[in-house]
Design a protein around this ligand. Structure first.
Ligand SMILES: [Zn+2]
Length: 318
């Protein structure tokens, strides 16, 4: 394996430790939080408090999945990582169109320009102004993952962003994390990334457990891609836990392709904001539930440690 690019520098993959692979440690004031105020997670002190508890419960790393100009704040991520000792990986890339104003550059710029902006975030350093204005001031802190998304359809905007991300991946080896809308279009994402020459072992599709269909997941995982489940704490309390059931079945055949995250992009999910279940949930309650269902320590280690290390290490480039 090569290296994992954290906000505080590159580390050997075996140093990553227990990792949640789709988090929102910081969501700063932005068009996103203007439209959805509950997404606002701009308080460094509360993030530090939440991640200290995560660390005390055995967590060591998180992939922050907020890409360019949607509330990413590299200075705050650096501060939280320094104060807690939790490795943080920051994203470049672009989110769904709905998180940007209609005239946003992500909709206007062509594939070449998008590719150049993504590569510069990865190689040179993330813009202190988060690509929010005409002046770019690069920090010493670099992006370690490309975050891209599809909504209900994979239209021209998404295809251009996927193409740019694939080119940035091929040039740098940077891993890719995708958003799927309610788990849909996973197979289309795989098809297009494969067409664009992406190494699928360094691709993680998020939220696919929103569609907890076993046959669908077998088809997804047969491609070699990795998936991230984060609905475990969202199902209604009285109706069972489809994420848990899906995970237990799939682990038998795909033990090295499934990872977990909270995707807790709302204050009401955080203990430090007075909410529940808190970011330690997967390491504590959910792991305990899995153990009672026969999931072994070795399987948990693969979910939290070895699969994230392999997936989020940079691919070897030609
Ligand atoms: Zn997310």
């Amino acid at each position: 394996m090569t290296f994992i690019r954290t906000v505080l520098g590159d580390i050997a993959p075996e140093k990553l430790g227990g990792c949640y692979v789709h988090e929102h440690v910081v969501i700063d004031r932005s068009f996103t939080t203007h439209m959805t105020p509950e997404f606002l997670l701009d308080d460094v002190e509360r993030a530090v408090s939440e991640l200290r508890q995560f660390h005390a419960d055995g967590g060591r790393a998180m992939i922050d999945s907020m890409p360019c100009d949607a509330g990413r704040n590299i200075a705050k991520l650096v501060e939280v990582s320094r104060q807690t000792g939790v490795h943080l990986v920051s994203s470049t890339g672009l989110h769904l169109a709905k998180y940007y104003d209609p005239g946003h550059w992500g909709t206007i710029y062509d594939e070449n320009d998008l590719t150049a902006l993504f590569i510069a975030d990865i190689r040179d350093g993330i813009d202190a102004h988060d690509y929010g204005g005409p002046l770019v001031r690069r920090t010493a802190h670099r992006a370690g993952v490309l975050k891209i998304a599809t909504g209900k359809t994979l239209g021209a905007r998404e295809e251009r962003i996927f193409a740019a991300a694939a080119r940035a991946h091929r040039a740098t080896g940077c891993p890719i994390l995708t958003h799927t809308e309610q788990g849909e279009l996973a197979l289309e994402q795989i098809k297009i990334l494969r067409q664009f020459g992406v190494d699928l072992h360094h691709v993680c599709l998020s939220h696919t457990d929103a569609k907890p269909d076993i046959a669908y997941h077998r088809e997804i995982l047969a491609s070699g891609v990795r998936v991230e489940f984060d609905r475990a704490f969202r199902w209604p309390a009285n109706g069972g836990n489809p994420t848990r059931d899906l995970l237990v079945v799939l682990l038998r055949d795909f033990p090295d392709q499934i990872m977990l995250g909270m995707d807790a992009a709302r204050r009401r999910y955080w203990r430090s904001h007075g909410g529940a279940p808190g970011l330690s949930f997967l390491l504590t309650e959910f792991s305990a539930q899995l153990r009672t269902l026969g999931v072994t320590e070795d399987a948990l280690r693969r979910i939290f440690v070895t699969t994230p290390a392999a997936t989020f290490s940079f691919a070897t480039t030609a």
